[in-house]
Design a binder for this molecule. Structure first.
Ligand code: NAD
Ligand code: LMR
Length: 339
């Protein structure tokens, strides 16, 4: 007999991973020894669409791999030490990157730029050399800049395909559903919210007006909800009190996005989720990358959806989002140009 909470846990597991198994898929995690990397590796080991898992970090990946490899799912797991990056990338179709330093209280994501920009550039450069056709899922912050860094690094190497580079903004989508459901008194599965823009503070724009349960939230409750979605990361950074930022919810979100991409790569139609990609939506304002609903398919990005109708409040949020996002993107591109 299952208890009610066990049934709920199983239900959410089946929501995280659908059960259809198709082609062979080798996935690499770069930064697998870290706070996100470890639980993300565990969740990917449980994903039936992952057939082989390649775990790399400058510290501790072989130990994580030995541990995770005992989980009784069919996939094979191999760990790679610091000097084995090229081996780790051999033959991979999907590379997830949570490598880099996290925030401490009082820091913005942009404060991580100086350390994480070169980590992400060097990993992208290795991917471009060893597995140039891999799909790259960037978790490392600041995402608004690290995604342009990956794109520009691959472009410099002559192997950039915009359909294959994604900034993972799924944690914002997960938070928006959870927080909105809490206010509306419904299950988060029923309160899915499209979150657009980028992944930091004012660049995170939840489109509550397009949601059945979000559209009725008004006034002070609306303002507080938007603030909580935009600054949910700070809530965790503060609570962890110097020990880092979101790791467990991020691992969940990273595994969820990876699974969605694998479903698309396997030929499933109608897999649509927000993600930060090279986008035409605001190109006329000099903004090359933007998160909106994207259909994932056999080539990665199949279709980028426009935002749809916005409320007056959302128009204002977009006004605050765009200039900051533009600055973050330009900073990433300039870093690679001057490298
Ligand atoms: P962490 O410090 O716990 O782990 C980072 C790991 O990266 C460490 O194991 C470290 O050894 C490894 N690493 C460093 N340089 C590397 C390199 N060159 N190659 C391979 N591995 C390397 O940090 P964390 O909490 O796991 O966070 C990782 C990153 O993810 C941070 O930048 C954080 O801000 C970001 N993050 C993003 C989101 C998001 O929504 N996109 C959410 C949470 C955290
Ligand atoms: C988050 O949204 O939790 C992450 O981007 C980590 C952070 O620095 O807040």
């Amino acid at each position: 007999m299952f208890t009610r909470s066990a049934v709920r846990a199983l239900t959410s597991q089946s929501r995280l991973f659908s059960t259809t198994v198709a082609r062979q898929t080798k996935v690499a995690v770069l930064g697998a020894g870290g706070g996100i990397g470890q639980p993300l590796s565990l969740l990917l080991k449980s994903d039936p669409l992952v057939t082989s898992l390649s775990l790399y970090d400058i510290r501790g990946a072989p130990g994580v791999a030995a541990d995770v490899s005992h989980v009784d799912s069919a996939s094979e797991v191999t760990g790679y030490a610091a000097d084995k990056l090229d081996e780790a990338l051999e033959g991979v179709q999907v590379v997830v990157i949570p490598a880099g330093v996290p925030r401490k209280p009082g820091m913005t994501r942009d404060d991580l730029f100086n350390t994480n920009a070169s980590i992400v550039r060097d990993l992208a450069s290795a991917i471009g050399r060893v597995s140039p056709t891999a799909h790259i899922l960037v978790i490392s912050n600041p995402v608004n800049s690290t995604v342009p860094i990956v794109a520009s690094t691959l472009a410099k190497a002559g192997v950039y395909n915009p359909s294959r580079v994604f900034g993972v903004t799924t944690l914002d989508v997960v938070r928006a559903a959870r927080f909105t459901a809490g206010i509306a008194g419904v299950h988060p599965n029923d309160a899915s919210i499209t979150v657009v823009g980028g992944h930091s503070g004012a660049t995170i724009v939840p489109l509550l007006s397009q949601s059945k349960y979000g559209q009725g939230i008004k006034g002070e409750v609306y303002d507080k909800l938007v603030h909580r979605i935009q600054f949910g990361g700070d809530e965790v950074v503060k609570a962890k009190d110097g020990a880092g930022s979101a790791t467990l919810s991020m691992a969940y979100a990273g595994a969820k996005f990876t699974h969605a991409l694998l479903r698309g790569l396997n030929g499933e139609k109608g897999v649509i989720t927000p993600t930060f990609v090279q986008s035409p939506l605001y190109k006329d304002q000099g903004i090359d990358f933007f998160s909106s609903n994207v259909e994932l398919g056999v080539n990665g990005v199949e279709k980028i959806y426009p935002l749809g109708p916005l409320s007056a409040e959302e128009e204002k949020l977009m006004e605050a989002c765009l200039p900051e996002l533009k600055k973050n993107i330009e900073k990433g591109k300039a870093f690679v140009e001057s490298s």
